[in-house]
Design a protein around this ligand. Structure first.
Ligand SMILES: NC(=O)c1ccc[n+]([C@@H]2O[C@H](COP(=O)([O-])OP(=O)(O)OC[C@H]3O[C@@H](n4cnc5c(N)ncnc54)[C@H](O)[C@@H]3O)[C@@H](O)[C@H]2O)c1
Length: 363
C-alpha cells in the first residue's frame, strides 16, 4: 500500500526534516509529546509557553527542552509573542497553548478567555508579521461545538457554542480563526490556517486534575483507591498520539494544497471507542495489579456537557487519517508508561520508544 492510500498513514519524516516549527504549549501534555515527535523526525522546534502546568510533568521528565529552542512566554502578550515568532522564522506554526481544563474555567473564566481567545487573536496577529510560514494548525477541542445532546456526530460546519467557559472559549477561538483567516490570510502565498478539534486524550505524562487517567495513575501509584464520580458518562477516548498525527498530516496537507485544507478538521476515535468511564476504569485496573476503585457520583457536580461525538469523515477521506491505536492499546500504553515511571525508568527513552512503536519504527 502506498503512503498516499494507507488509511493509517504516518507523517512524512522527509517533510519535517529541517523544517522550522513554532509550537506553543510545548511544556504541556500534548505539546511535549508533539515536540518529541517533531524532534525525532529532525524538525527544528521553537517552543513558546508558560511553565509546565503540573508537577511532575512530561516536559521535565522527558527532557523535552533538549535539542529545541525553549522560550518561556505568554500568548496573552502580543509583543513578546510576535518578537519570538519573527525570530524563529517558522515554516509551520502549531498552536496548542491553552487553559485546558473545564473545571478550572469555572473558577477562572477571565483567564480562560484571555488565554484561549485573545491568545488565538495574538497568535494570528503575530503570524501576520511572518512571511516564512506556509501552514498553521490551531488546536481547539471537540467541545467547541454547540452541544445539542443528539446522537449524531458533529461535522466541521456545525454551529460553534460551548456551555462552560472552557468549551465556549474554544468555540470563540474557532470563530476568531475563521474571521482572521478570511480577513488577513486570503491572498495567494499567505499562510494557510486550519483548526483541529479532538476530544479527550489519554497517554503517559499527563498529571492534569480532573482527568480520569491522571487521577487513576495518581491514586494507584500511591496505593490509594480511585474515586470515580461519573461512571456512566460516555467519552470519546483516544491516545494522545492519534490527534497529534492528525495535526502533523494536516500541516503537510496545508502546505501541499492550501485552499483545500485551510478550514476546520475533526479528529476523534471510532464509534466503538466511545465508551463509558466505567469501561475505561475496568481496562485500566486490569493492567495495574491491586488497583482499587470506589464509585461515588456526587449529586451537585457542575454541568459538564454530555457525550459529544465527532464525525471524522473528512479526516478519513482527505487526510487518510484513521485511528491506529484503539482504546485497548491506548490504555495499555498509558499504564505501561506510568508503571515505567514508577519503576524509575528514563522517561525520555520510554516516550520516544512508544512513539517509535506507534510509528512502526520500534517495538
Ligand atoms: N488533553 C485533552 O484531553 C484535550 C482535549 C481536547 C483539546 N485539548 C487542547 O489541546 C491543547 C493542549 O492540551 P494539553 O492537554 O496539552 O494541555 P496542558 O494543560 O497540558 O498544556 C497547556 C500548555 O499551554 C501553555 N499555556 C497555558 N497558558 C498559556 C499562556 N497564557 N501563554 C503561553 N502558554 C500557555 C502551558 O504552559 C502548557 O504548555 C489545548 O489547546 C487543549 O485545549 C486537549
Amino acid at each position: 500500500m502506498s503512503a498516499a492510500t494507507d488509511p493509517q498513514r504516518m507523517p512524512d519524516a522527509a517533510f519535517w526534516r529541517g523544517r522550522r516549527v513554532f509550537l506553543t504549549g510545548h511544556t504541556g501534555f500534548k505539546g511535549a509529546w508533539l515536540t518529541l515527535w517533531l524532534q525525532s523526525m529532525g524538525a527544528e522546534v521553537t517552543g513558546y509557553s508558560l511553565a509546565p502546568p503540573s508537577d511532575p510533568n512530561l516536559f521535565t521528565l522527558a527532557r523535552v527542552a533538549e535539542g529545541i529552542t525553549h522560550l518561556s512566554g505568554d500568548v496573552r502578550q502580543l509583543d513578546a509573542l510576535r518578537t519570538a515568532m519573527i525570530a524563529a522564522r517558522p515554516d509551520v506554526v502549531l498552536h496548542l497553548a491553552a487553559q485546558s481544563l473545564v473545571r478550572r474555567s469555572y473558577a477562572e473564566p477571565v483567564d480562560t478567555y484571555a488565554t484561549n481567545v485573545m491568545g488565538t487573536v495574538n497568535l494570528l496577529e503575530a503570524l501576520r508579521s511572518v512571511d516564512s510560514a506556509r501552514a498553521a494548525v490551531l488546536v481547539t477541542s471537540d467541545k467547541c461545538y454547540e452541544n445539542r445532546e443528539w446522537i449524531w456526530g458533529y461535522r466541521e460546519h456545525d454551529a460553534m457554542g460551548g456551555h462552560d467557559p472552557y468549551s465556549n472559549s474554544k468555540g470563540c477561538a474557532e470563530l476568531v480563526t475563521s474571521a482572521m483567516r478570511r480577513s488577513f490570510f486570503g491572498q495567494p502565498g499567505a499562510c494557510a490556517i486550519a483548526s483541529a478539534r479532538a476530544g479527550n486524550v489519554i497517554g503517559g505524562g499527563d498529571w492534569a486534575q480532573d482527568r480520569l487517567l491522571p487521577d487513576a495513575m495518581r491514586a494507584f501509584s500511591r496505593g490509594e483507591a480511585l474515586v470515580v464520580r461519573s461512571p456512566g458518562a460516555i467519552r470519546p477516548w483516544q491516545h494522545v498520539v492519534e490527534p497529534l498525527r492528525g495535526y502533523l498530516l494536516l500541516a503537510e496537507a496545508l502546505e501541499r494544497e492550501p485552499a483545500a485544507h485551510a478550514d476546520g478538521w475533526n479528529f476523534g476515535p471510532e464509534d466503538a471507542d466511545c465508551r463509558s468511564v466505567r469501561e475505561v476504569v475496568d481496562l485500566t485496573q486490569s493492567h495495574w495489579a491491586g488497583a482499587q476503585v470506589i464509585y461515588d457520583p456526587p449529586p451537585d457536580a457542575p454541568h459538564e456537557a454530555h457525550f459529544l461525538k465527532l464525525d471524522c469523515t473528512r479526516a478519513h477521506t482527505a487526510l487518510n487519517w484513521q485511528p491506529r491505536w484503539r482504546l485497548a492499546d491506548g490504555v495499555a500504553r498509558t499504564v505501561e508508561w506510568y508503571l515505567a515511571h514508577a519503576a524509575g525508568a528514563d522517561m525520555r527513552d520510554v516516550t520516544l520508544g512508544q512513539l517509535a512503536a506507534y510509528r512502526g519504527t520500534g517495538s
